[in-house]
Design a protein around this ligand. Structure first.
Ligand SMILES: [Zn+2]
Ligand SMILES: [Zn+2]
Length: 336
């Protein structure tokens, strides 16, 4: 195991545990330093015990790097592998086993922490047949959202990456912002070109109930939209859910074939139980997605699977139980 591989795996495990503390940041920083430094210098410093003289390498990372170079599995990594596993119930596992892809995740193109290629390698290792790259749209400037030009460059990059796979596929997509008037933050011709479009509200979350309902219904009814992302926008313990008439919104989801996302992020777990029950009652489609911003977060599907099992979401209504071709046929049949 190279020092970079060991650090990659440490960062992955800390991400799946949603650890954003000082130590996690220190390992991310150490990884940057090791990536940017000649491996010969790293090896020499490890032998001489001078790794911590490098700015950004602390005692814990120095120990990890030294152990990796000595051909050992670093102790700290062994501990993390055992203590950071994402748990799942037996009922949830039935859903997880049925999932063949992940339809909402980010890369370094917007506010994610990993390159598309690294996200793809992890998704593939998790047993997925495909993943949909859904970086943010231009309006979300704090998340470095993609404008037309950057999205086109990303599409070219994805085509190149796909040429290198024979048993995995990266589908194109975007998490498109829903403007206050219900319009989408991307031109129609590009929406048309993308394989899967997730539409989400990220601004003016406290909008008055009727306006928010209209805003969401318009987005859901847009023929290019395939998935309604984290519908209430809540952040558990930090931000209350938006208020909207869920009957109208889920009736529209059913009517226009837009899947309701079951967002797996632990701080979101959106929709909340009572809304999920309502969406089931309306006969909606669902998509159990991680909204991962790092490779470790791709392991979060169990959170949504447990919730789906608990509320008894009909498994045949979960769109990412479909294979890639079937999913593409589904998006086309519900408006493209
Ligand atoms: Zn979002
Ligand atoms: Zn997202």
């Amino acid at each position: 195991m190279t020092p970079v591989a060991a650090l990659d795996r440490v960062v992955h495990c800390l991400d799946r545990a949603h650890d954003k503390g000082f130590k996690a940041k220190a390992f991310v920083r150490a990884r940057e330093v090791v990536r940017a430094t000649d491996p010969t210098e790293i090896a020499e410093r490890a032998a001489a015990g001078t790794l911590t003289k490098l700015d950004g390498i602390g005692d814990s990372s120095a120990k990890l790097i030294t152990e990796a170079l000595n051909g050992e599995v670093p102790h700290y990594l062994t501990k993390l592998e055992a203590t950071t596993q994402v748990s799942i119930t037996a009922d949830g596992q039935r859903y997880r086993d049925a999932l063949r892809g992940d339809c909402h995740l980010h890369s370094t193109w917007s506010d994610g922490g990993a390159e598309i290629a690294d996200m793809a390698a992890t998704a593939r290792a998790l047993g997925h047949e495909y993943m949909v790259i859904t970086d943010h749209s231009a309006r979300l400037t704090i998340a470095h959202g993609l404008d037309r030009q950057r999205l086109e460059r990303q599409l070219a990059d994805i085509a190149e990456l796909n040429a290198g796979f024979d048993d995995f596929r990266i589908l194109t997509g975007m998490e498109v912002d829903i403007f206050e008037d219900g319009a989408l933050d991307l031109d129609d011709d590009l929406l048309e070109r993308l394989d899967v479009v997730v539409a989400s509200v990220h601004s003016k979350l406290r909008m008055e109930r009727q306006q928010m309902t209209e805003r969401m219904v318009l987005a859901v009814a847009n023929p290019h939209v395939d998935i309604l992302g984290h519908c209430t926008g809540r952040m558990i313990g930090k931000r209350p859910p938006s208020t909207f008439d869920a009957d109208f919104v889920f009736a529209a989801c059913r009517q226009f074939g837009t899947a309701v996302e079951i967002n797996c992020r632990p701080e979101r777990l959106d929709p909340p139980r009572e809304l999920l029950d309502l969406a089931i009652a309306y006969g909606c489609w669902f998509s159990i997605d991680t909204d991962a911003h790092a490779t470790g977060q791709l392991e979060w599907q169990p959170n949504g699977c447990d919730r789906a099992a608990e509320r008894e979401v009909p498994i045949e209504r979960v769109i990412n139980t479909m294979g890639a071709d079937e999913l593409l046929a589904w998006t086309a049949s519900t408006g493209g």
